[in-house]
Ligand binder design. Sequence first.
Ligand code: ZN
Length: 326
Amino acid sequence: MTEDLVIGIDVGGTNMRSALVDPRGRIVLQSRTATGAWLEGRETARRLIEECRSLRLAASGFGAAVRAAGLGVAGRIDPREGRVVFSPNLPRMNGYPLAAELRTALDLPVVMLNDADCFGIGESRLGAGRSIPNWVGLTLGTGVGGCLVLDNHLWTGDNLGFAGEIGHMIVVPGGRPCACGARGCLEAYASGRALVEGFLEAAATGAPVAGIEQRPLEPAKVAARDVHRLALQGDPLAREVFRRMGWAIGLALSNCFTVLGVRHAVIGGGVSAGWDQFEGALVVSLAEHATMFEAADAVIRRGVLGDDAAPLGAALAAWRQLGHGA
Ligand SMILES: [Zn+2]
């Protein structure tokens, strides 16, 4: 008997992570391809199609058939037309019919969702949110994604193509510019980009750029993980930008908890690797801004699926479209 599989893909600003996933949510095979925020939509689509074809070939190699594909993309999505409406961190994808092209090229059902929503589905079904009916999700990466799981289901609101965009909640009116065009969004304080920019700006005001390493940093090459490394080594500027990040997340989560009447949050994404550097400030800020809820009742967890959360969630969404799963 031929085994049925689906493809789950997370299209990020740096990499495209794809996986062949069985109906129980197990990853059979996975791969990673370089993308880039500078790539034209057409080139991203070409790499995506190529990737899906090679996964399909691999599946047929061990007697399995691919039945559908799920696609997670950062930004506002038009699920009916299979189009990326607006992506602050993949600006060249704006307006691009990525899912529609994939559907035509592969002759498969393709479902496209926001990448943080994929994280929400993945962690809710198979990860840190498994036993929690209501929670707020945050993904810390190049940008900050958000999702809401309410009554065990991903909240999609009025199906406007976005929901739970906590990264674009204003935490400092008139504050730092955000990739979305607004000012003072959570993303402008809690993303990987915000960490790097905040650190370099602080360093440029006269503080030692090299931190305790005494080696000059090349601004264009600094990544969030470098800021984390410096923070671990005790660099006061690096520690300060992480503290600011924790403060902003605590404020945003406090607002979410107050509005929704929920007390759980799950935080994932590559930049959550800096957890030890921002958790303390997050907890203090959450308590400072708690009004209706008791800060001691709040539970903030780290995601457990790591980089697999979004491709798994995208695959589970594809299975759901085929009639498997809730
Ligand atoms: Zn924003």
